[in-house]
Ligand binder design. Sequence first.
Ligand SMILES: C[S@@+](CC[C@H](N)C(=O)[O-])C[C@H]1O[C@@H](n2cnc3c(N)ncnc32)[C@H](O)[C@@H]1O
Length: 307
Amino acid sequence: MRLGIALEEGLEISGPVLVRHPSLDTDLSALTNFDVETPDYRVAQRYPEQPEREYEATLIIAPRAKDLLRDLIATAPTRRIIVDGQKTDGIDSLWRTCRKMAEVHGSVTKAHGRLFWMDAEEGAFDDWHYEPPDLHGFVLAPGVFSADGIDPGSYALAEVLPAKIDGHVIDLGAGWGYLSAVAEARGATDIDMVETNAMALACAAANTQHARGHWSDATNWKSDKKADHVLMNPPFHEGRKGTPELGIAFIANAARNLAPRGTLWMVANRHLPYEETLLKKFAQVTELEGPPGTQSFKLFQATRPKR
Ligand SMILES: C[S@@+](CC[C@H](N)C(=O)[O-])C[C@H]1O[C@@H](n2cnc3c(N)ncnc32)[C@H](O)[C@@H]1O
C-alpha cells in the first residue's frame, strides 16, 4: 500500500526491482517487474526462481532484526534503495539515520509504517555489514532465531535428552543447528534437519558434521524413513503474530514421521497450549523436569505416536 502511494507521489522506477526479504503477507501488487530474494522456503514457493540480472532499485522489506536490516542495506546491489517497515520495528529511527548517510528523496507514512527511498554512494553503509558474535565457534547469521546465543529453552531440552542418542534423528525447525549439534555430540550420526530459513540452515550445516539439511516446511516435510527421535523447539510467532497453530502442526508432523517406538522431545514456553494436541497425537506424554532456572519452559517426552 505504501509502495503504491510512493509510486504515485514521485518514486520513479522503470527497470527491474530486487525485493529483499518479503514476508508471507507482503503485498507486491504495485510492482510489475521484480524478483524476490528470500531465505524463507514458504515465501520462495510463491515466486518463480529468476536468473540474476541488473536491477535499478532494491526494495527491502524491513525485518524485525536490526542487524539483518542493516546488513541488507549494506549489501544492496543498487544505488537506489527503498526501505519499507513498521514503526514498532524502528523504521522511523532508521529513516532519520539514513538521512545522515545517504540522499533520502521521499517518504510515505501510512498504516503504522513508513516507506522511504534514497540513493546511496558506494560504501556509504559499509559499517553496517553484519559481524557475527563469537559463540563457542558456532556459525551464526543475522536475523536467524537466537542469533546471539543458545536459546534457554533449547538449552533446557538438551539437558533432558539422553546421554547417548542412537538411530535416526529429525530436528524440526532446526534453526542454526544447536539441537542437532547436541545430538551429534551424544553419538547421533543419522540426522535430518528441516528448516524454512535458508540462512539458518546454512549455519546448521556448518555447525554439524554429517547432518543433512532440508530447506522445507516442517509442518508437512516427510522423511524417507521413520525416526527414532524428533527434537524440536517449535516456532510460536511469525514476526509479531503469535501462531500456536504452527507448533500444533509441528507436533502432528512429528507424530507422522516417528517410528512406532520413536520419541518426541519437545520444549515450549510454559504458557503455550500444546498438551491437548500432544495427547491427541501420542499415547504417552510425560512432562520432564528441566534444569534449575528454566521453569518458564515446559519439556515433553512423548511416545507411541498415533496415526
Ligand atoms: C524456536 S526456533 C528453534 C531453532 C532451533 N531448533 C534451536 O533450538 O535453536 C524455531 C525454528 O523453526 C523455524 N521455522 C518456523 N516455521 C517453520 C516451518 N514451517 N518449517 C520449518 N522451519 C520453520 C524458524 O525459522 C526457527 O529457526
